[in-house]
Ligand binder design. Structure first.
Ligand SMILES: [Fe+2]
Length: 256
């Protein structure tokens, strides 16, 4: 039986949200398997549980409104609409399945992969926030308090995840810089190099140490320490001394 326009529109938005949640389950699982850093991994695992709960909540609401998950039923040519939504569903699933392994091979180094994943996760959260903002507003517009409440609750969790990622992205970026760019080239290193004499040995030694730091992973606390170090080192101080960059590398090395 065809739904009325009100329910059909609600079910459509719920289904769009549902499709995205199911797609993210796959992506999050792939990202979890690639992440070693404990705080980040734990947050991803937590958000995977949240994501599954969101899908369940949305699916339940779709049924309560007389619809069915992943099938958008609107007044009019139901057969065509259902076929179209099935095609969309299959395409979405295919895309998510294809993206999982794709995410596992992209990027150059470990840190770069983690950063790319975090950026993807952030854009996914933004899309979900948009989905639930539209759903909440639609529900309010047609007086559906239950759907509005559900959308609001989920949106808040997506916002918390987005905010976690926004704080994480600078940390991951600093880890990329440390892993891939020799210390002598960071913080105004270009100027330093152009005026340098024979310091190849020092640069190599510092780089090796930076790489070992990157391999063992960086905790939030260490990243904070690095941030403090970075803010102490103004770009102008770049050309001052090589001893300083060695001290910096030691200060940011993990203690374990
Ligand atoms: Fe979600």
């Amino acid at each position: 039986m065809a739904l009325k326009a009100r329910e059909a529109k609600l079910v459509q938005y719920l289904n769009e949200a549902y499709g995205k949640e199911k797609q993210l389950e796959t992506a999050l699982q792939a990202h979890i398997s690639m992440t070693q850093q404990r705080t980040y991994k734990r947050r991803l695992q937590q958000h995977l549980q949240e994501t599954k709960a969101h899908a369940r909540g949305v699916e339940r609401r779709i049924r309560e409104l007389g619809g069915s998950a992943e099938t958008i039923s609107v007044p009019g040519p139901d057969v065509v609409q259902e076929a179209a939504s099935r095609v969309q569903e299959v395409a979405q699933r295919g895309a998510a399945l294809a993206k999982g392994p794709l995410h596992a091979v992209r990027g150059t180094g470990e840190q770069e992969k983690l950063l790319k994943n975090a950026k993807t996760e952030f854009s996914n959260e933004a899309e979900e926030i948009a989905n639930y903002t539209a759903l909440e507003t639609l529900a309010e517009s047609v007086g559906d308090r239950d759907t509005a409440k559900l959308a609001r609750g989920i949106r808040r969790e997506e916002e918390r995840m987005a905010s976690f990622l926004q704080r994480l992205i600078p940390q991951l970026t600093r880890a990329v810089a440390q892993a891939e760019i020799p210390a002598s080239e960071r913080d105004g290193g270009a100027r330093r190099r152009s005026t340098s004499g024979s310091r190849g040995t020092t640069r190599r030694r510092t780089t090796a140490r930076s790489r070992s730091t990157a391999r063992t992973g960086a905790s939030t606390r260490r990243s904070a320490a690095r941030r403090t170090t970075a803010s102490r080192q103004s770009p102008r101080a770049g050309g001052r001394s090589r001893g300083r960059s060695r001290r910096t590398a030691r200060a940011t090395s993990p203690s374990r």
